[in-house]
Structures are given as C-alpha cells and as structure tokens.
Design a protein around this ligand. Structure first.
Ligand code: PA5
Length: 426
C-alpha cells in the first residue's frame, strides 16, 4: 500500500548500522517504557477502539446527514487537522457530497467567523465542537457564537439535536456544558494526544458526516498496525523513513519539505506538519516541517529549492492513482501548440512533472529526496497512511532523543494573551 524509496536521499550512513538502537526504540514504543508513555494509546487503537462508540458515530452521522446541509467542525490543531486532511483528500476541494463541511474554531479572525456566519444564515446546519481540554479559546469563542445562532434558529430543543460534542470523558468546561445541555457526546481518549487523534471520534465523526466509510479507514490503519509492528530497520519502512530523516538532520539538513502533487492533499501536509513539528520541535532540536504543493509551488518556491541555500531535503508524497482523471482534447488549429499532448491524461502530465522535478532537484540541485508512494487515497489508504506517519514520527523523535508526546512550548503565548485579555488568574 505504501512504498518508500530512499535511493535519492543521499544518505551518508547505512540505516542497518542502527539496527540495535531501532529495535530498542521499537520495544520502548510497544512496551510503553519511553518518555511520554501515557500517550501511546494510538499504537493499538486500530484494534482496541471502542466498537460501540464507532457504531453510535455512524448512526448519529446517518441521522444528521438526513437533516442538514452544512456541518461546522469547531476545533483547532489536533482537534480538526486530521478530519480536514481526510475529508479534502478523499472527497476533494469541491465535493458533490450532500453535506458541506466548514471549519471554524481554528482562528480569532473576525472576518472569517463573520463570513461563515453570513454564509450559513439560510442553510440548515449542525455543529461538532471538538476539544480535548474543553477550554481552548479559539474553539470556545466560535462555539459560543455558533451555538447561539443555532439556538436562535432552531430553539433549545432543535439545537440539542444538531450539536455534537467531542471532548474528555470526565473533565473540562465543554464536558460540563455538553452534559448540562444534553448533547450527544463522544470521547477523546486520555492516552491519545491531539495530533495522534484522527482515528478517534475527533476525526472519525466529522469524517463520517462527510459520507466517508470510517470502518474502511480503521481497517487500513489496522493493516498498517500489523505491517509496521516490526523491529527490523531493514524491513520496516515506517522506521526507515523515521531514521532517514534524522540522518539527514545530522548531515545538516534542518528543514524537511513535504511535497504533494495534488491541491486536495494540502491539508494532509498541514496534518503532517503538526504531527512532526509539535512532536520534535523542543529542547532546541528538531527538523523544521515545511510543505509545498507542486507543480503550483514550483512557480514560486521552485527557484529556491533548485539553487538556494542547501538547508532542506524533500519528502515527496506521491499518490499513484488519482480518484479522477481527464483527457486533454485535440484542437484542429493547435494555436497553443499542445496537440503533442492530445489524448494523454492530465495525470500523465502530472506524473512526468514529478519525475522531471525529482531529477532536477536531486541530480542538478543536489537536494536529497525521500519518496513515499501511496497506491490510492481512499478511506482505507488514508487510514493506512495515518498509521505509517504516526509510527515513523514516534521512531524518529525517540531516535532524536526527545519526548514525542508533549508540547510544553505551546503554553507561552497563551499566558501572555490571557494576561493581556484580563482573564481571571493571569
Ligand atoms: O496536539 C495538540 O495537543 C494541540 O494541537 C491540540 O489538539 C489543540 O491545541 C486543541 O486542543 P483541544 O483539543 O484541547 O482544544
């Protein structure tokens, strides 16, 4: 399902020489003995997930999909990026699904919130508010605004039928509010952090609301879980990728550009950036995760990658088979000189652009390239991919000597902001 090509990664060391270290880290992950081991619930999630809760998610989504035109997904960071990545990657950017998904709770931008409010004014909408802590300010402000709108439009009882909360099993302001209001509530497990939570209700409920088969997604993740439960660096591609990126880091490449060739994969890149950036960027260590969508960004960033300072390597995330393709028509006048491509498909051109760019960057630009290929971006493939990257991230960050599962640095701006806003206690 996923193949890894390191032949263009310009690695100066043999991955096999880290066999013992990798086997030790593998044991740390599996036996939960490393730093942050309270947050390893994702490792066996594709097998141990709460089957009754997934059933309730499917039933609730089926009922709501009959009722509404729009679902507002209200969350930030790990509480929305995975769902958005899946929904856009699988359904595309202009989906013809009957329910439109709109993301709120991820910004303080008054322009954005105001525009969404205007846009949904005359539409039938539901809200899925998602927050593990239940106190995240961006999410809470948007939820207060859209909850009020929902109650004004449908009354308290109607709003109750349209609001679903995903939060901690017991604690937090959102849990209390959801219990008091009587909302359907799903749980963010204690042992799974935000950036590892896409295969819990955090991601699965909005994904089900977008008409995507979440059983297939969990099946893809389960197959990857079996495949990558392998201590051997020679055969485990998730570990090979995780270690290869640290060897490049050691060789002076401190930035990784995650490259796709599909606009609808932009939020897969955003999800990937959070996963790696928040996991390893601490103690003055870590690789800067960056991303680009080609060929679009070859017309902007391409110059820097080809000839700029040699700080970055690329990870090309290629999807072998697109969901849709189109044939380039023939034109009798050929004024644009494109008849040499008539009858070829657009994806054929995209794939040649990818091959030509890899050659240019690796062989002329001297930029190391890691190539990861996924057969197909469907529900199964997405679940498989999620597990691949989660497992490679855990290996990579432990290999670097950092706790992959905390994020102490994200609190600093919040304290300053709360003080400036006059929040009690700051
Ligand atoms: O990975 C993380 O922990 C963060 O991105 C959180 O998911 C994000 O800050 C949202 O937090 P919460 O779900 O508590 O609202």
């Amino acid at each position: 399902m996923i193949t890894l090509d390191l032949s263009k990664a310009k690695l100066a060391e043999d991955l096999g020489s880290y066999k013992e270290k990798v086997a030790e880290i593998h044991d740390m992950i599996r036996n939960k003995t490393g730093a942050g081991n309270d947050f390893l619930g994702w490792v066996e999630l594709p097998e141990n997930y709460d089957k009754e809760e997934v059933q309730l998610m499917k039933e609730t989504a089926a009922k709501l999909r009959e009722k509404v035109d729009v679902l507002l997904v209200c969350g930030i960071g790990g509480s929305y990026l995975g769902a958005r990545a899946a929904i856009e990657a699988i359904n595309g950017l202009y989906s013809d699904d009957k329910v439109e998904i709109i993301y709120v709770g991820n910004t303080f931008s008054s322009n954005y919130i105001h525009q969404v409010a205007k846009y949904i004014e005359d539409k039938d909408f539901a809200i899925n508010v998602i927050s593990k802590s239940g106190t995240t300010t961006e999410t809470s402000i948007s939820f207060r605004i859209f909850k009020e709108m929902c109650e004004k439009k449908y009354g308290k009882e109607g709003a109750r039928e349209r609001i679903v909360a995903t939060t901690d099993r017991e604690k937090g302001a959102l849990k209390k509010l959801a219990t008091d209001e009587g909302y359907v509530t799903f749980v963010v497990p204690d042992d799974i952090g935000g950036r590892y939570s896409v295969l819990t209700a955090v991601g699965l409920f909005p994904i089900a609301m977008a008409g995507i088969d979440i059983d297939e997604m969990l099946k893809g993740a389960k197959d990857a879980m079996v495949k990558y439960n392998d201590a051997n660096i020679e055969t485990n591609d998730a570990y090979r990728y995780g270690v290869a990126r640290q060897l490049l880091n050691k060789a002076g490449y401190s930035a990784e550009m995650f490259v796709t060739y599909e606009l609808q994969l932009n939020n897969v890149a955003e999800w990937w950036k959070q996963l790696y950036g928040e996991s390893e960027g601490k103690e003055n260590k870590g690789i800067l995760p960056h991303s680009a969508v080609f060929s679009t960004d070859l017309h902007s960033l391409g110059q820097f990658i080809q000839e700029g300072s040699k700080v970055l390597y690329e990870t090309i995330f290629e999807v072998k088979n697109p969901q849709n393709d189109m044939i380039i028509p023939s034109d009798p006048d050929d004024l644009d000189g494109l008849n040499y491509l008539a009858g070829k498909s657009v994806d054929y051109v995209n794939k040649r652009a990818c091959e030509g760019t890899i050659d240019a960057h690796v062989n002329t630009g001297n930029v190391p390239n890691i190539i990861i290929s996924l057969d197909k971006m469907d529900a199964y493939g997405f679940g498989y991919m999620v597990y691949f990257f989660e497992m490679s991230c855990a290996m990579s960050v432990y290999f670097l000597g950092v706790n992959p599962f905390n994020q102490p640095g994200v609190e600093v701006y919040k304290k300053n902001m709360f003080k400036l806003l006059g929040k009690p206690g700051y």
